[in-house]
Design a protein around this ligand. Structure first.
Ligand SMILES: *[C@@H]1O[C@H](CO)[C@@H](O)[C@H](O)[C@H]1NC(C)=O
Ligand SMILES: *[C@@H]1O[C@H](CO)[C@@H](O)[C@H](O)[C@H]1NC(C)=O
Ligand SMILES: *[C@@H]1O[C@H](CO)[C@@H](O)[C@H](O)[C@H]1NC(C)=O
Length: 293
């Protein structure tokens, strides 16, 4: 890890001398350091007991103990206000578990569950070994027409875009060259029959569109958790046909700046895909797990 950092620094100084360095490139190097530091912090495995509360990020391991009088272990995750936690059982835990709480997470896309603030219980048998990775991310809130310029303030966060204006195309501007993961969509609106959709535009500095994504159906985001990669100098996210106060929840990761090279506006006229109405599923009653936001 040190060697890599040294090499990056040497490249950085060489480019600096050649006057090639841009603010975004130095941002990118600093970001790499932050990511490394975060990963190092997560390396320590923390041993936990059969009944325990967790309120900090980390890797938590329970070693099976058939002598324990309890058949059920109960790990409580306390997620602080204004944060969202991501819980991922280890590969081995997913292969061996027979507990519903754990295997439900293993069945999710990316074997990961998102949990909003509050107390969450994970029940499992004391004869199982369980390792879970817990990541806790602050929430970064955005409204329509805002510009989130700083990749630092977005990376490692969960972003909630709220259609605060009730606009048909609620749009936000984001930094260049991102990997976006759609997490969820929330609504309390009962009148709109259609699911909103989301599409992403990549543009050059002059705001000429260089590409549009496909349309992502907001109602299927939680089930699919798809990702989309943007390129070029600017990224615009459109939350289309959503109701006032609808929320779009997603995360971003910065990508390497070399992808900016592919930024050539296409001569023929580019258009985003047209909106098609996909009917909202009937809200499942008495099963609301994700309600508070
Ligand atoms: C674990 O299962 C119990 C019931 O079996 C449920 O009430 C609880 O919400 C589940 N925990 C999580 C985090 O899904
Ligand atoms: C969208 O619809 C308009 C007219 O309704 C049509 O002219 C246009 O070609 C459509 N665009 C796409 C990308 O399908
Ligand atoms: C759903 O919950 C309500 C009360 O919150 C209850 O009256 C109703 O019977 C429940 N329906 C089902 C199908 O469990």
């Amino acid at each position: 890890m040190f060697k890599l950092e040294r090499i990056i620094q040497i490249i950085f100084f060489l480019m600096w001398n050649l006057c090639y360095v841009t603010a975004s490139f130095s941002d990118f190097i600093n970001l790499l350091k932050i990511v490394d530091a975060e990963q190092e912090m997560l390396i320590d495995e923390i041993r936990i007991d059969c009944v325990q509360s967790i309120s900090k990020p980390g890797v938590y391991t329970f070693k099976s103990d058939p002598r324990l009088p309890f058949s059920k272990c109960d790990i409580t995750l306390e997620v602080p206000d204004e944060t969202i936690a991501y819980v991922r059982p280890s590969e081995r835990t997913c292969e061996t578990t027979s507990s519903t709480n754990i295997s439900n997470m293993c069945d999710r896309p990316m074997q990961e569950e998102q949990l909003y603030s509050g107390h969450h219980h994970f029940l499992f048998d004391a004869s199982e070994s369980v390792t879970i990775h817990v990541q806790i991310t602050p929430i970064f809130r955005l409204g329509c027409a805002e510009w989130a310029k700083n990749v630092y303030s977005l990376s490692g966060h969960t972003i909630i875009l709220e259609n605060n204006l009730g606009s048909k195309y609620c749009m936000v501007q984001m930094p260049a060259s991102l990997e976006i993961t759609w997490i969820n969509y929330e609504t309390t609106n009962r009148k709109k029959p259609c699911c909103p959709d989301v599409f992403v535009a990549s543009t050059d500095f002059a705001e000429n569109p260089v590409g549009y994504s496909d349309s992502f159906n907001a109602c299927e985001m939680r089930a699919n958790q798809e990702t989309y990669i943007t390129r070029c100098e600017m990224t615009y996210i459109y939350f289309r046909q959503s109701a006032k106060h609808d929320k779009l929840i997603f995360r971003i990761k910065p990508r390497h700046k070399k992808h900016i090279d592919e930024c050539i506006p296409v001569p023929e006229e580019l258009e985003p895909s047209n909106f098609t109405c996909i009917k909202k599923p009937k809200p499942a009653r008495n099963r609301s797990k994700l309600t508070f936001l």
